[in-house]
Design a protein around this ligand. Sequence first.
Ligand code: 3HC
Length: 310
Amino acid sequence: ETAEQHAAFEARIAGGEKIEPGDWMPAEYRRQLIRMISQHAHSEVVGMLPEGEWISRAPSLRRKLILMAKVQDEAGHGQYLYHAAETLGATREEMVDALLSGKAKYSSIFNYPTQSWADVGMIGWLVDGAAIKNQTMLAGCSYGPYSRAMVRICSEETFHHKQGKEMIVQYAAGTPEQRALAQDALTRWWWPSVMMLGPHDKDSTNSGVMSNWGIKTKSNDQVRQEYLNEHVPELLELGLTLPDADLHQDADGNWIHGPINWDEFWDVVKGKTGLNKERLATRNAAHDDGAWVREAMLAYGNRLRAQAAD
Ligand code: 3HC
C-alpha cells in the first residue's frame, strides 16, 4: 500500500464518495468492515432466537403473525449483511464458522432471556429503537453496499419498533397485570439496550479508524445520546419507571444516564453470564440439522455441472 494510494483513498472519503467492492481500499478498511458487517449479520441471526421462542405462545393470532413477520425479517437482514460482507472477499463458510466456534462476536443484547410476552413488545421498542439509531447512522457509511443495506433494513426496523411500542402502550394503559408486565420488561431490558450501543468512546478500540474512514459517522456515545433523548421522555410519558436513579436532564435537554455496569457487559459478551452458550448451542444444532440441505444442494449443483459439461 503506497502513500499515494492512501492519499487518494482519504481524498475520496473526505469528498463523501462511496467506496464500492472493486475499488482500491486499505487492508485495514476491508478488515474492519468484514469484522463489523459479519458481526452485525451474526447479531441478526442470533437475534431471531430470543423472540422466536414466543411465536408459539403469542396471545392472539394477530400478535403471532406480527412476531412471525418480524423474526422472518431478521433472517433476511442477516442474509443481506452476509452478502454485504461477501462483497469484501469474506466467505459465508468463514463467517458462519467464526460464529459457531465462538470466535466472532454478536450483539450482547441477544444473550438476555425473554421471560414474558411483554418482553417481545419491549424488545421492539428498546432494542429495535436502539438499532434504528445505530443503523440510521450507518446508512451514511462510506462503504456503498453496507450503507445501502442499512436503508432497506432501517425501513423494516421501523415496523419492528412501532409494533413493539404499540403493544407496550396498550399494556401500560391496560389492567394492573398488564402494566406490571410492561414495567417488569422495562426494568430488565433498559440497561442492556443502553449497553448494546457499545463501550464509551474512550474505551471504543475501533472507533478511531472507523470514524476517520467514514464507516461510523457518529460515535457510540453520540448514538446512545440520541437513543436516550428520544425514548426516555416517551417511556416516562407512559408513567413507567426507568431503572436508573441518576437519570436526569442537563441544561441542554440531554438525558444523562447513571454509571453503566461494563463488567456485566463484558461478562455477557464473553459468555461468563447470560445465554451465550445456549445461543451458540442452538445455532450449532441448527447448522448440523441443516447439513443435509447443503449436501443435497451441492450434489444437485455438481450434477447440473456434469450434465452441462457433457
Ligand atoms: N455486543 C457485543 N460486542 C460489542 C458490542 C455489543 N453490543 N459493542 C461493542 N462490542 C465489541 C466490538 O465488537 C469490539 O470487539 P471486536 O474488536 O472484537 O469486534 C469491542 O467491543 C470494542 O467496541 P468498539 O466500540 O471498538 O466496536 P465497534 O467500533 O465495532 O462499535 C458497534 C460497536 C457500535 C456495535 C458497531 O460494531 C456497530 O455499529 N455494529 C453494527 C450494528 C450492529 O451490530 N448492531 C447490533 C444489533 S443488530 C440488531 O439490533 C438487530 C435488530 O433487528 C434488533
